[in-house]
Design a protein around this ligand. Structure first.
Ligand code: PLP
Length: 426
């Protein structure tokens, strides 16, 4: 007897309607933007668009992973091995001078910060309330937005522009809006600007959290890529302000950039013990346990600092090689942290990106793909048209000589394509 179906085969089942609210990912937009563009074959391709570390994964991490391969034979616990939690706490104490952090209640391993930044919102947001807001910096890492939307909240975008030194303008929200905010994503060093939150920025955010009761998710995945003073972490700021219970604060960290191991999918969350208890419950169902093999390799990585120092020095060399060539024409400078250059785009950023690929075989990501329209005219960055030939040539020389591979993002520009810019790029 054949299978009896009651549903015609061409009927699409009704899906989670929140999925329809998700934006295409920036790299999908980039693919569409470059559709039909033929790069000049005279130039060797240079891809600066994706934020992927290009330095080798340290041997000590790979060796620890191989030595722990037997770990794949067992189901890991979602809470992770006590040794891993201890190694993470040890690193937090060394890096941030924390006096007290408890491996059993203040930290959890996660499979890279991305999944945790996403799943954390599903733990924090009560989607039934219908009016929950989630604050995202603008420009921002798109996972925050997707996490908010799929949790049933509405994202609010707070601009971080050149005028404020790329710091988020928390003053832009009024009292009644703040009352609906359940979660604030902060990112320091910021992607893509590299701006770092200082103690007074943290104090301000903690005061707002105390007043309105929202949770802070602090994305610190670039914390170890810095070129001056080590960036302050959220836990460090909390402890130095007498908040050693880390109330309503959870930080997200990762080995992806610190240890050039993005494929290992290893990170951790740390902070408020009560929030982490609920997050652990959520993760048990979600299936967020980290493979024991990866946990053992992660212990080796968190316990070693020499490779991190070396990694940072390699990025510093690259910035130092390329910045003298492009800093003035593209109005950029050494970021405080991260591995991105955030330039002032001379023309419309999508036109710039397409032309750069077509004329010089260089791939960059338009800043508008990392931002949302917010704040009206005030937030718009009208930019002076100027030529890119010299800057692009400089970038190419920097790349060829020093194998610089870092992402170059372009600041949003709403300027129309004018005759002026045509003569600039021509
Ligand atoms: C700002 C920011 N946060 C988090 C992540 C996720 O990193 P991972 O999941 O590899 O830890 C990235 C990745 O590029 C990022 O740019």
């Amino acid at each position: 007897m054949g299978i009896v179906t009651h549903v015609p085969p061409d009927v699409v089942p009704s899906l989670n309607p929140r999925l329809a609210r998700l934006q295409p990912y920036p790299f999908e937009k980039l693919r569409a933007l470059f559709d039909g563009v033929s790069p000049d074959p005279l130039y060797q391709a240079i891809n600066l668009s994706i934020g992927e570390p290009k330095h080798p994964t340290p041997a000590l991490v790979k060796e620890a992973l191989v030595a722990a391969l037997d770990g794949v034979a067992v189901y890991p616990a979602t809470a992770g091995l006590p040794e891993l939690r201890e190694a993470i706490c040890g690193w937090l104490m060394r890096r941030y001078g924390l006096r007290a952090i408890d491996p059993m209640s203040h930290v959890l391993p996660v499979n890279g910060s991305r999944e945790a930044l996403f799943s954390f919102a599903q733990t924090i947001i009560n989607g039934d309330s219908g009016d929950a807001l989630v604050v995202c910096p603008n420009p921002f890492y798109q996972i925050y937005e997707g996490a908010a939307l799929l949790a049933g909240a509405t994202p609010v975008y707070l601009n971080a522009t050149a005028e404020s030194g790329f710091k988020v303008d928390y003053g832009a929200l009024d009292e009644s809006t703040w009352r609906k905010v359940r979660l604030v994503y902060a990112c320091s060093p910021g992607n893509p600007s590299g701006a770092v939150m200082n103690l007074s920025d943290w104090k301000r955010l903690f005061e707002l959290s105390d007043r309105y009761g929202f949770v802070i998710a602090s994305d610190e995945c670039y914390s170890e890529l810095f070129y001056g003073t080590p960036p302050m972490g959220g836990l460090q700021a909390a402890e130095s302000l007498g908040r050693s219970d880390f109330r309503r604060l959870v930080v997200f960290s990762s080995l992806s950039k610190r240890s050039n191991a993005p494929g290992m999918r290893s990170g951790f969350v740390a902070g408020d013990a009560a929030l982490l208890k609920s997050f652990l419950l959520y993760r048990t169902y979600h299936g967020g346990a980290m493979s024991v093999s990866v946990q053992k390799a992660s212990i080796a990585a968190w316990n070693d600092e020499a490779h991190v120092v070396e990694n940072r020095a390699l990025y510093a060399d690259k910035f130092n090689a390329v910045l003298p060539l492009i800093a003035a024409p593209l109005e950029t400078c050494m970021p405080e942290g991260g591995f991105y250059l955030w330039i002032r785009c001379p023309i419309d950023d999508t036109v710039f990106s397409r032309d750069l690929l077509r004329m010089r075989n260089v791939t960059v990501l338009p800043g508008s793909f990392l931002a949302r329209e917010s704040g009206g005219e005030k937030s718009r960055q009208e930019l002076r048209p100027r030529g890119i030939g010299c800057a692009e040539g400089a970038m190419r020389r920097g790349h060829a000589a020093h194998h610089a591979v870092f992402q170059l993002s372009l600041k949003r520009n709403h300027a129309r394509r004018t005759e002026n810019h045509r003569s600039g790029v021509g």
